[in-house]
Design a protein around this ligand. Sequence first.
Ligand SMILES: NC(=O)c1ccc[n+]([C@@H]2O[C@H](COP(=O)([O-])OP(=O)(O)OC[C@H]3O[C@@H](n4cnc5c(N)ncnc54)[C@H](O)[C@@H]3O)[C@@H](O)[C@H]2O)c1
Length: 366
Amino acid sequence: MFNNIYRDKKVLVTGHTGFKGTWLTTWLLKLGAEVVGISKDIPTNPSMFEELMLENKIKHYQEDIRDLSKMIEIISSEEPEFLFHLAAQPIVSTSYNDPIETISSNVMGTANILEALKTSNHKCSAIIITSDKAYDNVEQVWGYKEDDKMGGKDIYSGSKGAAELIIKSYYHSFLKNKDSNIKLAIGRAGNVIGGGDWAQDRIVVDCMEAWSEKKSVEIRSPDATRPWQHVLEPLSGYLNLGQELYVKDSLHGEAFNFGPRAEQNHTVKQLLEDLSAYWHFTNVNEAFSITDNIPFHEAGLLKLNCDKALFFMKWQANLEYKDTIRFTSEWYYDFYNSDKNIFDKTLEQISEYENMAKSKELVWTE
Ligand SMILES: NC(=O)c1ccc[n+]([C@@H]2O[C@H](COP(=O)([O-])OP(=O)(O)OC[C@H]3O[C@@H](n4cnc5c(N)ncnc54)[C@H](O)[C@@H]3O)[C@@H](O)[C@H]2O)c1
């Protein structure tokens, strides 16, 4: 997998205690990497990071990325060969309640990571994760391309757009020249689902928590269509990008979209019907009911054009919709209803994901 590039390499993951960070850390361990993590806290309870007992399997720093001197100290002393920057305040509703926390973590935090890399100046390939929400959402129906305008009407989206501008200016001001030891690339993806998420205001999380107690969920916007993407999809993109960036100077400074296949688009109602099928309800009405209470502005559908990742890396999404649903529901169902070791369950799903990609001859599986 990934040409074995991560085997025996030191890889620093910021935000490793979060949803995506925990999956990425587990996958990197499976690939034979030595993982170092920086996160300010364990963001949820329950927490996938704690359930998988990852603290015992990696080097874990509980630090805030807004502390520049700490970031310089850690990155200079650890000298990771790869860095995946995921730490952020990622919840749109929280960004309305606490804009400064969101802006300082997402913008200044990213600047601090770049400054620490620049100061350390050891050889490192860094993948900086922003979001599809970094694009100025003009409600266009066709997919956003990597050189479309950055923007964001809500604070979270604006903070990711602003982080992008900072990354670009660090690249042009300090890292662009040929002797730079630091190479960076940006990964942009949309919302993801999958086992182990317990963040607030995420529809799948609300369902899994309620269904584990045999309760029904109230949902809004049942007819809203979303591209339901499993967390392993963008992670395969980020890992693929890290691999390519490590060997190819030409990707330095480039941004890439990682999005789902078009057939992943389904309504919220369809998603809940399909997810609930794994929870043995006698009637789907026991699983959810519909409300018209919409608490804050949510941007319309934002589609990503992923031709650039296909062209430069032959990266493509891997899972079909039905597998995305099965992976997600089965993980939570086993977590709440069986004694199965959940670290093993997570590794099993990663193996199955790799095997499915292999059967499709996706290039990163070599
Ligand atoms: N989950 C999604 O659907 C999604 C979609 C698009 C982009 N993203 C991006 O992917 C990344 C990871 O998202 P997630 O869903 O795993 O988030 P999460 O909330 O589950 O985890 C966030 C992580 O960042 C850490 N963190 C937050 N602020 C920090 C700070 N100031 N200093 C140090 N650590 C800090 C937390 O401790 C945690 O480890 C984020 O950058 C997010 O914006 C996520």
